[in-house]
Design a binder for this molecule. Structure first.
Ligand SMILES: [Cu+2]
Length: 332
């Protein structure tokens, strides 16, 4: 598209074309509506212009007319809504096979952490043809992750994770903007998404030693003393964390919540916010003790305990949970 119309950004993800199609549809409908109104105004003004000796006929209310001009636009508008909602859900639902990358925003830079351990600042390398899920947080104020070529924008908030996913299609360098005014150097808070052929990407990945993120998390889990309460062999003072990720957790107050990334994060920073049923609120808070990066590593580690991933390289999982163990975590 940008080839014919230089005002249009590059199309570099699977969503780009779909978002543009909706945008063009909106433009077309708006154009047709505008044209209809202009033509009607002109034609009617000429047809019913003042002519000596002729009186206009007033229509005093017509239910059929009223219904027609309400119902037709209603259905036209509804197509905007339905099309938009379908795209929105697609954009908001990362496919299960996505590669995860953690993002930490701060005034005024973007930090990226690959699961394999590679870290980048203001530059993110990704392969084409692979679903990528970004798990993003901010260590200070609200920022917004915006890549026009992918037609994606998502606020990045302090204190919680927001996620985003995309599948890049065309190798190249694409600008990353911060789209939320975040202080003096907001305009300079940018970067580049470097989209590479899978082969080049593998080569890039292989360059330089790196400790996988969940491995860093595993070490932190030991040094911070998490492992003294959370054990996978015997029942400790805290629940067994093997297999909890993305599973329902029964809380003290009778509610059931899903142990997603935000739940694990909150459990570490604010353990008393949600007490697991059958346990005492003895877990200390790690707020101010762990950095955003360390938190990401811990979350990645807890998540890795959930997946029996024999295929993925470099993963060192705990021995797979026996059904009895998993049950212990859930029931209690
Ligand atoms: Cu910013």
């Amino acid at each position: 598209m940008s080839k014919f119309l230089p005002l249009w950004p590059d199309q570099a993800s699977t969503m780009s074309g779909q978002v543009d199609a909706l945008y063009i549809y909106l433009l077309l409908v708006a154009g047709v509506m505008t044209a209809l109104i202009f033509v009607a105004v002109t034609v009617l003004a000429i047809k019913y212009r003042r002519v000596r000796g002729r009186e206009a006929q007033q229509i005093e209310g017509s239910t059929i007319l009223e219904i027609t001009w309400s119902v037709i636009p209603f259905f036209v508008m509804l197509t905007f809504f339905i099309w938009g909602a379908v795209l929105y859900f697609k954009e908001r639902t990362p496919p299960a096979d996505s590669t995860e990358i953690y993002v930490v925003a701060k005034q005024w830079m973007w930090k990226f952490e690959h699961m394999e351990g590679q870290r980048e600042i203001n530059e993110l390398h990704v392969p084409t043809g692979q679903n990528i899920k970004l798990i993003m947080t901010s260590q200070d104020v609200i920022h917004s992750f915006f890549v026009p070529a992918f037609r994606l924008k998502q606020d990045v908030l302090p204190g919680r994770y927001t996620t985003l996913w995309f599948k890049a299609t065309v190798p190249g360098r694409y600008h990353l903007f911060c789209a939320e005014y975040c202080g003096t150097n907001h305009s300079g808070m940018g970067g580049e998404i470097v989209v590479m052929e899978p082969r080049d990407y593998a080569q890039w990945m292989a360059g330089g030693p790196a400790v996988p993120l969940q491995e860093t998390g595993k070490q932190l889990f030991a040094t911070l003393g998490c492992a003294t309460c959370h054990r996978s062999d015997v029942q400790g003072r805290g629940p067994n964390l093997v297999g909890i990720y993305n599973k329902p957790v029964l809380l003290e107050d009778g509610r059931t919540v899903t142990a997603d990334e935000n739940y694990v994060r909150e459990s570490i920073l604010n353990p008393t916010a949600k007490i697991v049923n059958g346990f005492k609120p003895v877990m200390p808070t790690f707020q101010g003790i762990v950095s955003e990066e360390q938190l990401n590593a811990l979350v990645a580690y807890v998540k890795s305990l959930a997946q029996p991933t024999p295929g993925s390289a470099g993963l060192q999982n705990e021995p797979a949970a026996s059904p009895a163990q998993t049950q212990k975590t859930q029931v209690q």
